[in-house]
Write a protein that binds this ligand. Structure first.
Ligand SMILES: N[C@@H](CCC(=O)N[C@@H](CS)C(=O)NCC(=O)O)C(=O)O
Length: 337
């Protein structure tokens, strides 16, 4: 009798199970429709913002583009739905969008009770405060009695209340629906301080007519892991969006970029070979060169970060926690094998 190891037996058993059929296949409907419908902000520089020609740009937009490159082989096949914070989850639940890629914080309530799944973290953020330099305040602890510009339907609102209560301070909320209104309200002096995720403070600051007159205070009062969200009940699509993010991070770790990936097709490195050939991804229902297409057309995580919000962008945000785990940050992706 042929000898067979216990490992081989277990592997054989696990692959012989039939695939669980998903009720609704988003991959199939996206392929049939020919584009990904992606939910984004109403306009936030660096994350999702239309340029002067109306072309959407930003980290969150690049995630939509990467999902389209993986699913359809073409990063341009995306339609964008601008959504306020309040509208975003209903748009996803109702099927109006395939994926929500809109500075959205992963929390237990959102993940466990809205019928939605968070697919990963594209940006580790935290909530901060921005004031006019003229106010002469150096710390958030000096904000007792301040009026605070804030956007409705966000974790920002909840953290703000916690922070002031915990520090026995009072505040007066001045609530807006969009980033534009919030920045304009702040500029018009409707409030003493503007609060949001810190990255968004830098994004909102460049919307001001005199950005140099505003400063970001040092305190970070919360954890805001931002990432794309999909509906529950379609594991194939959930996996596809999740592995799109992992592919971007793994590409950076492997040194694969939009400019060298073509040449790297000839690489002898087995990890690079597996990445480019799409090993292990058959059940995603997409072309085996999906990860190659993401990097070729959109770039690796580091390229996407730097051009949209990092050193090559007007925001100039330090990568901080968003550096790879091998470089002192916490961006880490499971292996592709
Ligand atoms: N990460 C937080 C806040 C997200 C958020 O919506 N932030 C505002 C900051 S002003 C924003 O980006 N707005 C964009 C828009 O108005 O479309 C959350 O998920 O609740």
């Amino acid at each position: 009798m042929k000898k067979i190891s216990i490992c081989a037996v277990l592997t054989a058993v696990s692959v012989s199970f039939p695939m669980m059929a998903s009720a609704a296949s988003t991959v199939k409907s996206v392929q049939k429709r020919g584009y990904v419908q992606c939910g984004v902000t109403t306009g936030l520089p660096g994350f999702s913002n239309p340029n002067d020609k109306g072309k959407w740009q930003g980290i969150d937009v690049d995630v939509c583009r990467a999902v389209a490159a993986a699913t359809l082989g073409d990063a341009n096949k995306v339609k964008y739905t601008p959504l306020t914070a309040k509208e975003r989850f209903t748009a996803l639940q109702s099927g109006e969008i395939d994926v929500l890629s809109r500075v959205t914080t992963w929390t237990i309530t959102r993940d466990a009770s809205l019928g939605l799944n968070f697919t990963g973290v594209t940006y580790y953020d935290g909530q901060g405060f921005m004031v006019s330099k003229e106010l002469g305040v150096k710390s958030a602890k000096e904000l007792d009695g301040a009026s605070v510009c804030i956007q409705s339907g966000t974790t920002t609102e909840l953290n703000l209340a916690d922070y002031f209560r915990q520090n026995e301070m009072e505040f007066e909320p001045v609530v807006f629906d969009t980033a534009d209104q919030t920045a304009k309200g702040f500029e018009a002096g409707r409030c003493d301080v503007l609060t949001s995720d810190q990255s968004q403070l830098y994004a909102l600051r460049i919307k001001l007519s005199k950005p140099d007159k505003a400063m970001v205070l040092p305190e970070v009062i919360s954890k805001e892991p931002l990432g794309p969200v999909v509906r529950q009940g379609d594991d194939q699509w959930f996996n596809l969006v999740k592995w799109t993010l992992f592919a971007m991070v793994n590409a950076e770790e492997l040194g694969l970029t939009s400019s060298n990936i073509e040449k790297e097709k000839k690489s002898k490195n087995p990890e690079v070979q597996r990445f480019i050939s799409g090993e292990g991804s058959k059940s995603l229902g997409i072309s085996s060169d999906w990860a190659y297409q993401i990097v070729k057309q959109v770039g690796n995580y580091g390229e996407i970060f730097e051009r949209n919000v990092g050193s090559s962008s007007p925001l100039k945000i330090d990568r901080g926690l968003n550096k790879l785990w091998t470089k002192g940050g916490i961006q880490y992706a499971p292996p592709m094998r």
